[in-house]
Design a protein around this ligand. Structure first.
Ligand SMILES: [Zn+2]
Length: 139
């Protein structure tokens, strides 16, 4: 079954939900956006009956190619990775019983942090944050 949000992208509700995704992607993660959109679809659109939360999430994370949305998804993913990597920069040295720096994990951690910093320095912060069309400014 095709994605309702893709198939009916010209529908005023679908358009408004696409705009919601673009505007909110920096503020809220895809999970919360999917919940909000799912609630709205159930409330306002009998045609979308049967659309599941997973499908809405997939629409946001896979089908939506808007650069601001993609960059926000990538940024969230990189930041999750930095949290995980940060947790394994120290390991137990079985010979001494001491916690020691794991140089390999530190190196990967620093590379990921560097990528995040590059995204911020890319000069596209306005797009990143939020990829609003010039004509579309929210108050
Ligand atoms: Zn879709």
């Amino acid at each position: 079954m095709p994605c309702w949000l893709c198939e009916y992208n010209d529908d005023p509700l679908a358009r408004s939900l696409s705009r919601f995704i673009q505007d909110q992607s920096i503020i809220m993660g895809p999970e919360l956006m999917a919940e909000r959109i799912h609630e709205k679809l159930i409330e306002k659109c009998p045609m979308a009956d049967g659309i599941g939360l997973d499908e809405v999430r997939e629409h946001i994370m896979v089908h939506t190619l808007h650069p601001g949305v993609r960059i926000a998804c990538i940024m969230r993913s990189l930041l999750k990775l930095t949290d995980k990597l940060e947790g394994i920069t120290m390991v137990l040295d079985e010979d001494t019983g001491n916690m020691v720096v794991d140089a390999k994990n530190v190196s990967v951690y620093l590379k990921v942090v560097s990528e995040v910093m590059q995204m911020y320095k890319s000069g596209e912060v306005n797009k990143l944050m939020f990829a609003l069309d010039p004509q579309h400014k929210t108050a």
